[in-house]
Design a protein around this ligand. Structure first.
Ligand SMILES: Nc1ncnc2c1ncn2[C@@H]1O[C@H](COP(=O)(O)OP(=O)(O)O)[C@@H](O)[C@H]1O
Ligand SMILES: [Mg+2]
Length: 402
């Protein structure tokens, strides 16, 4: 091995020249001596391979074509397989044109320089090939950087995907829990409402059976005592007591109706609505009309209670908030649906009050409707006022018949 570089700095590009003619090697070495290159020379392919293994990487490998044992094409072919980035040159007086073309086409050889060569032509070739090598290196490191970034991106993507999957799974679990809780709350609310109705009915019965009956008995007793009263003063006193009892009886009746109108249980929804609307109209002075066309078959108790209570709350709201002068209550049956609507000609409900979290009266109506499988709405129709409406599918009611 003959090492003859002017500049031994390790970052100088390495060039290997292989030729069985030592005068060629010497001549090239002498000329390249002045340039910042590390020059290695070998007199045969095998020696060249050894040098490449021991001192690489080599940027440029220059080889004679005609050499004993292994020719330049074979040698450079081997170099190309092991060090594909190296730039390879055939420097020869003789080279078969066909072989040379296929060597170039198949990538074993990059350049061909004929002997006798021109030193400056050779130098230009070496400089061009060094530039090519640098471009390849730069491209390779760029490609590697892109690949590294891609890998990081893929990793981040994967982590994000895992995170999203985890979160989605958590969300699904939480959503299910929320749905279960909602379902339980709804059941509880329905149950509480039922209990309240039962309680009201029981209290109403007790007041009716105990208080109203005793008051009626007292009234009868006074009526019996009146004709036999000893004097006018006593008769006057008895009449006053009788009036007081009448007044108390009226109050008791009012409380009874407010608790749970007997008419709802005894005569059904239509009669109860009639009583409710007339009583409301009489007490408020607002003109209220009831239009009812329900089938004669009695509705399930829960539904008739629901329709009655929604109407009651809607009328109370009209009295408190609407400033209306006219109200129409409609209840009608249509194929497989029961409809209820309460319409007033008042100020109309403000949009923000419709969905307010503290509108417990509205929420209560909605909840009642949904417990019966119905759908509740409160809107402002174009002609003004407020429309409260609820629809109930008959199917869900039949399952729950009285
Ligand atoms: N018929 C109506 N006309 C105008 N505003 C109404 C009517 N019904 C309800 N509102 C409005 O909706 C709000 C919520 O009603 P509600 O939930 O029953 O609560 P509350 O009657 O206790 O105020 C009322 O405060 C009122 O502003
Ligand atoms: Mg209210």
């Amino acid at each position: 091995m003959n090492r003859a570089s002017v500049n031994q700095k390790s970052y100088n590009p390495c060039i290997l020249i292989v030729d069985d003619d030592s005068s060629v090697l010497k001549s090239i070495e002498r000329f390249l001596h002045a340039y910042p290159l590390q020059i290695f020379t070998a007199s045969a392919a095998a020696e060249g391979i050894e040098i490449l293994h021991a001192n690489g990487p080599f940027q440029v490998v220059i080889s004679d074509y005609l050499m004993p044992i292994t020719n330049g094409d074979q040698f450079l072919g081997e170099v190309a397989r092991t060090w594909p980035d190296s730039r390879r040159v055939i420097l020869s007086a003789y080279a078969d044109r066909k072989i040379l073309l296929s060597a170039i086409n198949e990538g074993r050889v990059h350049r061909y320089v004929t002997k006798p060569w021109d030193d400056h032509e050779l130098l230009t070739v070496i400089q061009e090939l060094l530039e090519e090598y640098r471009t390849i290196e730069a491209t390779r490191s760029e490609v590697q950087e892109i690949a590294r970034k891609n890998q990081m991106l893929a990793l981040t993507n994967q982590q994000l995907e895992n995170l999203v999957n985890d979160r989605t799974a958590d969300l699904v679990v939480h959503q299910k829990q929320l749905q279960d809780t909602n379902q339980r709350l709804r059941q509880l609310s329905g149950h509480m409402e039922e209990l309240r109705e039962q309680e009201r009915r029981a209290i109403a019965r007790e007041i009716h059976d105990e208080l109203a009956q005793s008051l009626s008995a007292i009234k009868l007793e006074i009526s019996n005592l009146l004709p036999v009263a000893a004097n006018q003063a006593l008769r006057q006193r008895l009449l006053e007591v009788k009036h007081q009892v009448d007044h108390t009886l009226e109050t008791v009746q009012r409380i009874l109706s407010a608790l749970r109108p007997q008419v709802l249980d005894e005569l059904g929804l239509e009669a109860a609505l009639e009583w409710l609307v007339n009583d409301f109209s009489r007490r408020s002075g607002i003109d209220a009309t009831l239009l009812c066309s329900l089938d004669s078959a009695p509705l399930p108790v829960t539904l008739s209670t629901c329709l009655f209570r929604i109407t009651q709350e809607a009328l109370t709201n009209i009295l408190r908030h609407a400033g209306a002068t006219q109200i129409t209550v409609r209840a009608w049956q249509e194929e497989d649906q029961i409809h209820l609507s309460i319409k007033d000609n008042g100020t109309g409900i403000a949009a923000e009050r419709r969905n307010a979290g503290d509108s417990f009266g509205l929420l209560g109506m909605e909840e009642r409707a949904s417990l019966c499988g119905g759908h509740f709405m409160i809107t402002c129709p174009p002609e003004g006022g407020t429309l409260v409406a609820a629809d109930f599918p008959l199917i869900s009611l039949l399952e729950d018949a009285p």
